[in-house]
Design a protein around this ligand. Structure first.
Ligand code: SF4
Length: 330
């Protein structure tokens, strides 16, 4: 894909990475703060400069139906194309200064992943769409080594970018933060319709997705809104797409809100089940987060904390009834 396009009769360039499609004049930086029109191109200023680099269990992304019990080399940069007031990673997503003290080439990243036995590389912590040129170069090299790539994203990619991911990005966890258009626009800085469209686009492009909703008290936890979210997943994406509902902790600009009560999580779970979702997982709390066969209810994957302690699948299938579990397991 072209990461940017020029506008006729002007020196402005349009960034094609995310659905903001920023139209940047020379020296101007986009909404994300990290892509800049430097004259005759748009440069990704964070290319090679991760702000965080860790080895995490894949369950921490969270991806529960993707290579369970494996390690994922996880990296993020600074910057974001959203401005969520409850951001749980605001210290990097809203940071403006790029620490250029150490450069990591795509090959360096893949070498680290190999050295530590990681089966995937996760582009996470902040919004990876905004550093896609870096993520893509890493993913291309990783693929040659049999290492998969995963995105943890707010779902605001450009549609061109989602098409570009095919064959390169193996899975994604996408946030569906609310079902309220005004809230998306005013409080998050995005467009709900585009996120919904993109979620469907991932599914039609056959990229495995799991959906996460951070349940923020008073913001998105009404029965009606939870039902709208769960119904959308069930009806438009498929009942076998996992839904992760996770606990909010007061952070960034939302320090006066309480921690999500367990009752709200249970309510979301019950609503999701009524809407027909097969796999609902509660995040950020100690809870039975095992995966059970949707046909015979046999235990398929048991989890403790963030690690999958036991994977009982036999070649992606239930050992009891042979039903295939949806996801990526090989
Ligand atoms: S990644 Fe998105 S927010 Fe950043 S410059 Fe490009 S279009 Fe704008």
């Amino acid at each position: 894909m072209n990461y940017y396009e020029s506008k006729a009769d002007t020196t402005k360039l349009v960034c094609m990475l995310c659905s903001h499609y920023c139209n940047l004049k020379e020296e101007q930086v986009g909404i994300c703060g990290v892509n800049k029109n430097t004259g005759n191109k748009i440069e990704c200023l964070v290319y090679g400069y991760p702000s965080a680099l860790n080895i995490d269990p894949i369950e921490k992304k969270p991806l529960y139906h993707f290579l369970p019990n494996s390690k994922s080399l996880s990296l993020g940069t600074i910057g974001c194309n959203f401005k969520c007031s409850f951001c749980q990673n605001w210290n990097i997503s809203q940071e403006k200064n790029i620490d250029k003290s150490r450069y990591f080439s795509p090959q360096n990243i893949v070498d680290i992943a190999k050295e530590y036995g990681c089966r995937s590389i996760a582009y996470t912590y902040n919004e990876p769409t905004i550093f896609y040129p870096y993520a893509k170069d890493i993913a291309l090299l990783a693929k040659q080594e049999g290492i998969k790539s995963v995105f943890v994203s707010n779902g605001y990619e450009s549609s061109e970018l989602i098409d570009d991911m095919v064959g390169l990005i193996d899975a994604a966890n996408i946030d569906l933060k609310s079902f309220n258009e005004a809230y998306y626009k005013k409080e998050l800085g995005g467009d709900l319709k585009i996120v919904l469209q993109n979620l469907k686009h991932f599914v039609t492009n056959k990229i495995w997705i799991e959906v996460t909703t951070l349940i923020v008290p008073t913001k998105n936890d009404s029965d009606e809104e939870l039902k709208d979210i769960a119904s959308f997943i069930a009806d438009e994406l498929g009942v076998n797409i996992p839904w992760h509902i996770s606990v909010f902790h007061p952070d960034y600009k939302e320090r006066s809100l309480p921690v999500t009560p367990l009752e709200s999580l249970q309510r979301a779970y019950d609503i999701g089940k009524k809407c027909g979702l097969s796999y609902i997982y509660m995040g950020n709390i100690p809870q039975d987060n095992n995966t059970y066969c949707r046909t015979c209810n046999a235990k398929l994957i048991s989890r403790e904390g963030f690690g999958a302690s036991e994977n009982l699948l036999v070649k992606s299938r239930c050992p009891q009834c042979d039903k295939k579990l949806e996801g990526v397991f090989e």
